[in-house]
Design a protein around this ligand. Sequence first.
Ligand code: GDP
Length: 491
Amino acid sequence: MSESTRETIFALSSGRPPAAIAVVRISGPRAGDALKTLTGKITPPRKATLAQIRGRDGEAVDQALVLWFPAPHSETGEDVAELQLHGGRAVIASVFTALSQIAGLRPAEAGEFSRRAFENGKLDLTAVEGLADLVMAETEGQRRLALRQMTGALGNLAENWRTQLIQALALVEARIDFSDEADVPQDLVAPALQITRALEGEIGAALADDGRGERLREGLVVAIAGPPNAGKSTLLNRIAKREAAIVSPYAGTTRDVIEVHLDLGGLPVTLLDTAGIHETDDPVELEGVRRARERASAADLVLWVVDARDNPNGLSTAPSCLAGKASAGSLVWVLRNKIDLVQADRLRSENKCQSNGSNESNSQFTEPLINKVNRQLSYTNEFEFNANELKFNVSAASGEGVDEVLAQLMKRAQNFLAGAESALVTRERHRRALKDVHAALRRALALETARDEDLLAEELRVAARALGRLTGRVDVEDILDVIFRDFCIGK
Ligand code: GDP
């Protein structure tokens, strides 16, 4: 046990006060002493008990429900006391003061409870990550994915794979160790290879998931881009129904990327307002532009907003000048915004009896527009103007057409994230570890095994170690800090 785990930690595990209830957890060898100091007794294990909480000077601070979980049957695997206080700031402050004065107690760091649970074998790393994701889940889809992971969908499977690998390894090692002895069966390697082949198939299948799990964790990323003043920020505000972006009639005022998280039918969609994308010499704006481009170019979908008045015919099918330059990249939907103004103009011209019917049917990509878009899209090669891109007429100001965009976005999210809730791999870290396992197994299978038993054993060892990294059994010190620092205090 390391030095830090011998200290007793405490933290507010519930949300920001004031609240009806505040949950304070205490974990470590002195948790029992702390409970006794505060309540005058150790309450029966795992039974909610009403108790008077007293401060350092013996004054009653609160009346609270108290739970006592003696080690090892607690969330952290240590002695844990849990106080369900009334959630007022003064109550919590007073209890914290009393706890701080007890020798050997200190406030917990972010993620420290979960870290102790991991160190005491209560959770493997994938479960810890699932727990973190469950706390952060914003949509039903993300919640389901996180819960599956927290309860061992990946961790148990990885452990099972590791056990099989170790069996295969044991067979090969037996063959090496006893190769001189006549009564050792010659065919120890064959069953080892059979296990290896089966695992290579299973792990390959888990990896061939198109990155769905990572996508569901992160959501469909949609960048709102287009020339200044086209109405991007107004559109974002309309969609977010709150003042997330600065709406201004002046070009280039939105310098940074603004993010809005949406829940579309249980699926996560992140909208990025990249209003800052335009030509500029201002160094501050340049940085905004650079960041906006970076985010936009990594987006799964771009809503390219144009002013319908500058684009009377809309962007029709893929403008060849753009498609030619496009590398694999985001899908683009074109939103002709400010359609209210076009309609007003049309009404005016109709009043003058100059109406010549629909101008949508024979839409052509006009030369001036090509030049304009090319100028705006000096980073065009990051976008793919897809031949079956969608086009919308919208008014961010009045809201006209925006529901249709959202309906299509939801469809897109459904397709994009189909089947993702059952994905096993939800992070790059998992993917990297599993790829290492898979590569080692493939190398093992490619060996001339009759002669290369030592090499075979080594590849199986490499594979088992990579699986151990996935669940946190080996080599993990360096990644622990990264994982646990994303936790909140009290978790
Ligand atoms: P951005 O630079 O692309 O983010 O553009 P803004 O959202 O800041 O909008 C620029 C100007 O156009 C603002 O004055 C908006 O009020 C106006 N605007 C945006 N969308 C519409 C629309 O659909 N109709 C009308 N009439 N004005 C709009």
